[in-house]
Write a protein that binds this ligand. Structure first.
Ligand code: ZN
Length: 295
C-alpha cells in the first residue's frame, strides 16, 4: 500500500493506493478517530458503484479516542475492531468481480463476516503480537503471563455463551418460520419453550428477549442471526489451516484462501467455495477446540 496526499474533511483521514503484484487495484481510505460528526461504532464501506463500477474505493471508519497528550493507545478490543474492518476491506479490494453487487459485501449472508472475523485471530496470537504490541514507553513485549491470562479468559464461560447464542438463533428462526403467533401469550410461550429446550440454566423471572431484540426485526438479521456463529465456525476452520501449516503467515494457505474464497465473490455457492478450500464440508471441531470445549 502507498499513502497518498488528498484534501479531506479531517486531517485524520489517510488514503492509500493498494497494489497487487505491482498492479493498482483499489483506493483505501482510513478514518480511525472519533469526531463529533460521525455516528458511533465502526464499519467498512465500498463506493465502487458510485464510479461507474470502474474504480474500487473502500473505507474503514472507526471511533478510536485520541488521548489529550497526543499519544493514542488502543485497547486489544480496538485492535480487533481495526483488523475486523480491514478484513471486510480485503473482501472487496481483492475481489475478482467487475461488479460490486457480486463481490465483497454482497456474498451470501452465511460468510459475509468470514474475512473480518478471521483477521481477528492474528491480534491475539503471540507471534504477531510480539511484532506490533509494545509498551509505549519501554518497548517491552506483552509478557508471557499476560498471554496466559488472555488464553484463560478466552475460554471462560464459553459453553454458556454458545448456548445463549444458539437460543437466540433458534428463537429468531422460529419467529420467522412458524407463522405469526396470534396472541401475546402464544408469543411468550414460543419464546419460553425455546429457552427451556436449548438452555441449561433455569430461566429468570422476567425473560422477554423478543421485546428488545432489534437485530432480528429491523437490524437486517431476520432469520439470519445464526450467521454470527456460523461465520465463526467457518473462520476457525480457516485459522486452523494457517496454524496447521506451522506458519500463521503461510503464503501457500493465504494464496489458497485468496483464490478459493476471498476473491471468488458470488461466482459459486458459499458451500462450494468452502469445499474448494477444505476439500470437504465445513466441520465444527476447530471452533469447539478454539472455544476450549474439546481438545
Ligand atoms: Zn463485520
Amino acid at each position: 500500500m502507498k499513502k497518498i496526499d488528498i484534501l479531506s474533511y479531517s486531517h485524520d483521514v489517510a488514503v492509500y493506493e493498494v497494489y497487487r503484484k505491482w498492479e493498482f487495484i483499489s483506493y483505501f481510505f482510513t478514518d480511525y478517530f472519533y469526531n463529533d460528526l460521525k455516528r458511533p461504532g465502526a464499519w467498512a464501506n465500498m463506493m465502487r458503484e458510485r464510479f461507474g463500477e470502474k474504480q474500487k474505493i473502500v473505507l474503514n471508519v472507526c471511533n478510536f479516542q485520541k488521548w489529550a497528550d497526543g499519544v493514542t493507545l488502543l485497547t486489544l478490543s480496538d485492535v480487533e475492531t481495526m483488523f475486523h474492518e480491514f478484513g471486510h476491506a480485503t473482501h472487496e479490494m481483492l475481489s475478482k468481480s467487475e461488479h460490486s453487487d457480486l463481490s465483497g459485501f454482497h456474498v451470501e449472508w452465511d460468510f459475509i463476516e468470514l474475512p473480518s472475523q478471521l483477521l481477528e485471530n492474528w491480534c491475539r496470537d503471540k507471534v504477531w503480537m510480539d511484532r506490533f504490541a509494545r509498551h509505549y514507553k519501554t518497548g517491552e513485549k506483552v509478557p508471557d503471563h499476560m498471554h496466559e491470562k488472555m488464553k484463560k479468559l478466552d475460554s471462560f464461560w464459553n459453553g454458556q455463551m454458545i448456548l445463549t447464542q444458539n437460543t437466540y438463533a433458534m428463537m429468531d428462526m422460529k419467529l420467522h418460520s412458524e407463522g405469526v403467533p396470534v396472541s401475546e401469550s402464544q408469543l411468550d410461550e414460543l419464546v419460553i419453550h425455546n429457552y427451556t429446550k436449548n438452555s441449561l440454566l433455569p430461566m429468570w423471572d422476567i425473560y422477554s428477549p423478543h421485546t428488545t431484540f432489534t437485530h432480528i426485526f429491523d437490524g437486517g438479521y431476520a432469520a439470519g442471526y445464526y450467521s454470527y456463529m456460523w461465520a465463526e465456525i467457518i473462520e476457525k476452520e480457516v485459522w486452523k489451516a494457517f496454524k496447521d501449516s506451522g506458519d500463521i503467515f503461510s503464503k501457500e494457505v493465504s494464496q489458497k484462501f485468496l483464490d478459493d474464497i476471498l476473491s471468488a465473490g458470488t461466482t459459486k455457492k458459499a458451500s462450494e467455495l468452502f469445499r474448494d478450500f477444505f476439500w470437504r464440508d465445513v466441520q465444527i471441531d476447530a471452533f469447539l477446540v478454539e472455544k476450549g470445549l474439546i481438545n
